[in-house]
Design a protein around this ligand. Structure first.
Ligand code: ADP
Length: 191
């Protein structure tokens, strides 16, 4: 199964991706996690991405597309994967389509986790306070506002992009965590 989890920062994509990954035995591919690892390891990609991420802006499309392309080539992705945090722009979605086609793969579902902005802000502020080892560089009020603005401007167009392709399913991300998981599983299994 190849799927995309789509939703704003703080929607719970990471939490749900871990659960879906365990259930179906497919890896979670989080561009945010991969980029944070690159920043920590001070690789060339990480050095270029560090300040962009701290501001809450998007890393250039070609950078994340390359990261995902390389990752999908790993043997553990053969039976499927969950894309978490990618694609985030229509250009990334189009690049992904070309990429999958060239690898003879096809996307099965795009699951949107819908959460209101007021709740997102509350959740991220809470996460910033509770994170062991200190908050993420982008979990502060200014970067958070930027991430939400970027999401609305650049990522929400993906919702109509995928609903036009009839693979979009929407799940209420404001229900409690277990309910969100079971709702995702039921939309995946009825797809
Ligand atoms: P969140 O969804 O909570 O904002 P992520 O961990 O998905 O967090 O992403 C953190 C940051 O990493 C983003 O604000 C952006 O700078 C960068 N990033 C992650 N994925 C992408 C992507 N697909 N395209 C561009 N930048 C990305």
């Amino acid at each position: 199964m190849k799927l995309i989890l789509l939703g704003p920062p703080g929607a719970g994509k990471g939490t749900q991706a871990v659960r879906i990954s365990e259930r179906y035995g497919i890896p979670q591919l989080s561009t945010g996690d991969m980029l944070r690892a690159a920043v920590a390891a001070e690789t060339p990609v990480g050095l270029a991405a560090k300040d962009i991420m701290a501001r809450g802006e998007l890393v250039p499309d070609d950078v994340v597309v390359q990261i995902i392309s390389d990752r999908i080539d790993q043997p553990d992705c053969k039976n499927g994967f969950i894309l978490d945090g990618f694609p985030r722009t229509v250009a990334q979605a189009e690049a992904l389509e070309g990429l999958l086609k060239s690898k003879n793969m096809q996307l099965d579902s795009v699951v949107e986790l819908a959460v209101d902005d007021a709740i997102l802000i509350e959740r991220i502020e809470k996460r910033a306070k509770e994170t062991v080892g200190g908050p993420r560089a982008d979990d502060n009020a200014e970067a958070l506002k930027k991430r939400l603005d970027v999401y609305h401007a650049q990522t929400t167009p993906l919702i109509s992009h995928y609903s036009g392709k009839e693979i979009l399913r929407s799940v209420d991300g404001m229900s409690e965590i277990d309910r969100v998981t079971s709702d995702i599983i039921s939309v995946l299994e009825s797809a």
